[in-house]
Design a protein around this ligand. Structure first.
Ligand SMILES: [Ca+2]
Length: 217
């Protein structure tokens, strides 16, 4: 009987040791996790701070792509579209920064707006879900020109893509073509004023360099 009790006690002791070991093991893991947080978390925070500071530094230096060229374009509000002189590639990223102000109805002081447009959206404007009068862009690609045999009328097969810019925007070009800028309004003859737009083009790849070469011709 005594031997049996001893053997039971030994078994219980061994179970207790196992439990204690597992408790110590769990505590050890928690301690290691705590140490990891103590050293890794500040490192991560420092890395993120440096990253965002470098981004801010780029903005302060006026740099958008790291290496870029920029051109200035005056966008008159009383013409449909202003030719930027740029041929752009599908998927090319372009950064626009605009200033100035226009009147959407000459002589009406209430009709003034900046490149973000007047806070009104109508069905009679090129991009209907953006403010009327806002700065917008157009990519134009002429596919072919045909002549109607009966009427002699010229038929131009062309593709047009519009995109919103506003006062400042980085836009991925929706297709290859020629770049125009304008205001988001259809009735432009009664407008006055202009937007001053700086267009930033990355010099990181060959396609964008080609655009600049064509611009300088
Ligand atoms: Ca107008």
């Amino acid at each position: 009987m005594i031997k049996t009790q001893n053997s039971k006690l030994k078994t219980q002791n061994s179970k207790l040791k196992t439990q204690n070991n597992s408790v110590y093991s769990a505590k050890g893991k928690k301690f290691l996790a705590f140490l990891s947080c103590l050293f890794v978390l500040p490192f991560c925070l420092a890395f993120l701070s440096c990253f965002f500071l470098s981004l801010n530094a780029k903005e302060e230096n006026g740099s958008v792509f790291g290496r870029e060229r920029s051109i200035q374009v005056s966008v008159l509000s009383n013409v449909d579209w202003t030719d930027t002189g740029l041929d752009i590639e599908d998927g090319q990223e372009i950064y626009f920064r605009a200033s100035g102000g226009i009147s959407l109805q000459r002589g009406n002081p209430m009709a003034y707006c900046d490149p973000d447009g007047y806070p009104l959206q109508t069905f009679q404007q090129p991009i209907q879900d953006k403010n009327i009068g806002a700065l917008i862009g157009k990519v134009y690609l002429l596919i072919s020109v045909e002549v109607d045999e009966e009427t002699g009328e010229e038929i131009r097969n062309e593709l047009i893509e519009l995109f919103y810019i506003g006062s400042e925007n980085r836009v991925t070009m929706p297709m290859k073509g020629h770049l125009f800028l304008g205001v988001n309004e259809n009735v432009v003859a009664d407008n006055a004023g202009e937007f001053k737009v700086t267009i930033y083009l990355s010099e990181k790849n060959g396609n964008e360099k080609q655009s600049l070469v064509r611009l300088n011709r």
